[in-house]
Design a protein around this ligand. Sequence first.
Ligand code: ARG
Length: 576
Amino acid sequence: MLKLQTIDQELASAVQESIVQNFSEGLPEDFKASVFRTSDPRHGDYQCNDCMQLAKALRQAPRGIAEKVVAGLEGHAALEKVELAGPGFINFTLSTEWLENRILFLESDGQRGIPQVGEGQTVVVDYSSPNVAKPMHIGHIRSTVIGNALDRLHRACGFNVIADNHLGDWGTQFGLILMGYRNFLDKEALEVSPVAELERIYVASYQKSKEDESWLDAARDELVKLQAGDEENLKLWKSFVELSLMEFNKIYARLDVRFDLERGESFYNDRLAGILDKLKAAELLQESDGAQIVDLEEEKLGVCIVQKRDGGFNYATTDIATVFSRVEEFSPATILYVTDERQQRHFQQFFSVSKKLGIETDLQHVWFGLMRLPEATFSTREGNVIKLEALLDEAERRALEMVKASSPDLSPEVQAQVASAVGIGSIKYADLSQNPQSLVTFTWEKAMALDGNSAPYLQYAHARIRSVLDKYAAQFPEGKPEEAPYQLAEPLERDLGLKIARFPEAVLMATRTYRPNLLADYLFDLAQTYSTYHQSIPFLRAEPGVRESRMRLIALVADTLKDGLKLLGIETPNRI
Ligand code: ARG
């Protein structure tokens, strides 16, 4: 059976074939035709600019090349019209009948037409990864939301995904925390909000160590004891990890985020010395000022310290050990690491060292910029740390006000459920709808705008279609839209059909570029097109037959919005 392709891929294959047939000589060996969607409908649905680029290699005028390519596409089932434009552009207009068949297929396909390009491949997604005894900061929120969307997108493309929460649960801070615990602990506070209290004692202990040399020594001793497996210290450390996890898990539950693994840095502890041996055997290790380093100056990446002067191992050492462990256990094709931009150098360094040690896995740092939160965003803001819980509470509170106003007839329980979907969805979408690498300023007005690019706008579009479908079912109880053939007769209808058919393309693009915002853009565009359709085309008052076909089409719009938002981790209640 032919492998399923997205529309752009299908057209690109056809162009490729026509070019190869026409120009066997002079064609660059690595030539790959590419076709992309047009932004201006006057240029058709898709376009190809390859002939311009090929002109030089083929020593022919681009227009002449394009003419031959077009001739070779004659009779292609998907195409109604292929036009030459300007000096050598090719514009494609899809056949409407072919489009109708395509959306019919998407409707019945379990994967909604998404090519299963990841079949047989494993991807580890390392995301969220907060640090024990410290509250999650805004960077961890973004990592959680973006990482989870990448997790869902890869699963949708057929990859075997292993979502791993690489907790910062090991390291020098535990000496100070142990000292703080023994000297400054407020037991009551620990019960009420454990992570905040652990952080408080850590900060207090850290400050004391600055003034008091002997305190620092004592903390070092505690750390050495912990690392040597001292029973008492290990027990305390475990309780710090558990308390922190309990709090993180509350947040994950609210965000509908689940991990396959929660292996903290401590999991790799026994492997660290082995990494040093490997580096030594590969003659990569150097001594510098008592520390063990790998010199990466040649690649302009500075030096990577793998063992400190006091014998302690570093963040990078743990990450190298983690790569080896993951490769051994899962043989992943790719490992994605989702963190903020400040860690770019760290990842470049340990990726380079891993390669030198023979790791062939594709290692990708998916970094994101910082998110700015204007001063007035939260009522409860302490210092620089924004409490994620406060952010989510505030979102749900605002959403509840909205839902109470729009759907006063719903029961308070349902209102609360909807408010949670809208509130949490707003936070996620505000993040996911931006290019991850740009600086984002969060405002409630933007995140919750009912008339802009926001989760509530998309959720509302979905709910509005459901309500039309309910009205239809009430008025025409005998009607069977699911049996009416799709008819993309009106231009707006055809546009809607074309956009539905592009769903797999948008998903694949977002997955391949690690940019969930490309899917968000797509969904916003689809919802806007629907909104225009809704305002200009009668459905319930349309003549029988046409009415059913339209019901079927808008139901597919609703399902596409639902599936797409689901891939961003956002729910779509039937009413909002
Ligand atoms: N715990 C780290 C932090 O909070 C993030 C870890 C990211 N993952 C990794 N494998 N280094 O900054």
